[in-house]
Design a protein around this ligand. Structure first.
Ligand code: CAA
Length: 385
């Protein structure tokens, strides 16, 4: 029966999730997107709306009080929130990034303690890997954790921490054995309220302005030894495995931003008249729209293919996560730039949303590993044979 040939069609359940997120976003998230960008304030109203609908951290398993969304459903939630407001999409995305080390390597007791409040919408979770002098070369970090009896004492500076200050919990990667490079790095849960934790001034950014990015300072932060995630020395592997999964969420964010820009530009060119007809009637404009739609759909399909691998934990997730993030973010940059072009002078102003989308798209080529790092990851996987 041809009608049941479902190989390349989303399950109905996932389409239903998309509809539900779209409805919440149209009513509560999209209306404040321009203001979050303009003011640089965390979009609390979006967070409340996402929490009320259980879209703030949908990936948390049911056993910890979460919605138990699979990786594809989580990607669709992030995509749809990003279509309305990229800054708000970092709420579900960074909650996944921050908690993934626990989900991959944490003890059941640690998961219960820290995932339950995130699922309940009482706390957010950030991820602290990068440092001022350790960005692409993450293994060169210098934040140090030293054992002291039944405690670890952490000292160092983490940089570019998304949602720093608003998150209650932080996964912090720190060196526990300086002689072992990447095998001497361990992961810990740090709480905002732990004495010695403080934050830098919010970074002044090009885009995603509603999502605070700050430094996290660790000054003799003494935490119980049971806050280590997984075994000592396994932190770098956990950090990399986490990114394999969450690069898929950045790809989804890029797809969402691009869809938002294409939707707006399509509507605009159909209405805008020049030379006595709608701009959409010019073939040059039509060719631009066709290219935008084509690139967007290719990015979406690669993202969903990667999400399937994330859900199943396939061995080629490392490759697909990097490929999806790289391809989708490059596509989003092109599509949003073309959307600004299609609106002409209007597109360049803040009276229209496409310049915000273009600025927001740029970060997807940079964070969770620059697209140059993604190409390193892909090439290494290809050459492994
Ligand atoms: N899964 C599991 N283990 C992995 C792995 C993976 N995907 N990738 C590497 N590893 C392991 C290796 O097997 C190796 O382990 P052994 O020593 O036991 O063999 C160890 O990690 C070191 O691996 P490499 O030698 O490949 O490490 P490297 O120093 O060459 O670095 C890199 C590789 C890919 C460049 C890595 O440093 C990297 O991904 N850099 C980019 C960092 C990044 O993405 N940062 C983003 C921060 S998050 C963010 O953006 C914040 C936000 O808030 C949004």
């Amino acid at each position: 029966d041809q009608s049941s040939f479902d190989v390349y069609r989303l399950p109905e359940e996932h389409e239903a999730i998309r509809e539900a997120v779209r409805e919440v976003c149209a009513a509560k998230v999209a209306p404040q997107a321009a203001e979050a960008d303009e003011s640089g304030e965390f979009p609390k109203a979006s967070y409340d709306a996402l929490r009320a609908a259980d879209f703030h951290a949908p990936h948390i398993p049911v056993e910890y009080g979460g919605a138990g969304a699979d990786a594809l459903a989580t990607a669709i939630v992030i995509e749809e929130v990003a279509r309305a407001c990229a800054s708000s999409s970092l709420i579900p995305a960074v909650n996944k990034l921050g908690t993934m080390p626990l989900l991959l390597a944490g003890s059941d007791e640690l998961k219960r303690r820290y995932l339950t409040p995130v699922a309940a919408g009482e706390a957010m979770f950030s991820y602290c890997l990068s440092e001022p002098e350790a960005g692409s070369d993450a293994a060169s970090m210098t934040t140090r954790a030293v054992r002291d009896g039944e405690h670890w004492v952490l000292n160092g500076v983490k940089r570019w921490i998304t949602n720093a200050g608003v998150s209650e919990f932080y996964t912090v990667f720190a060196v526990t054995d300086p002689s072992a490079r990447s095998r001497g790095i361990s992961a810990f849960v740090v709480e905002k309220s732990d004495p010695g934790v403080s934050f830098g001034a919010p970074e002044k950014k090009l885009g995603i302005k509603g999502s605070p990015t700050r430094e996290v300072y660790l000054d003799n932060v003494r935490i119980p030894a049971d806050r280590m995630i997984g075994a000592e020395g396994t932190g770098f592997g956990t950090a990399m495995q986490t990114l394999d999964h969450t690069r898929v969420t950045i790809a989804a964010q890029a797809v969402g931003i691009a869809q938002g820009a294409l939707d707006y530009a399509k509507g605009y060119v159909a209405e805008r008249k020049q030379f006595g007809k709608a701009v959409a009637e010019f073939q040059g404009v039509q060719f631009m729209l066709a290219d935008m739609g084509m690139k967007l759909e290719a990015a979406r399909q690669l993202t969903y293919a990667a999400a399937g691998r994330s859900e199943r934990g396939d061995a080629d997730l490392t490759y697909f996560g990097a490929a999806a993030k790289c391809f989708a973010s490059d596509a989003a940059m092109e599509i949003t730039t073309d959307a600004v072009q299609l609106l002409g002078g209007y597109g360049y102003t803040r009276d229209y949303p496409v310049e915000r989308m273009m600025r927001d798209a740029k970060i997807t080529q940079i964070y969770e590993g620059t697209n140059q790092v993604q190409r390193i990851v892909m090439a290494r996987q290809l050459l492994k044979g």
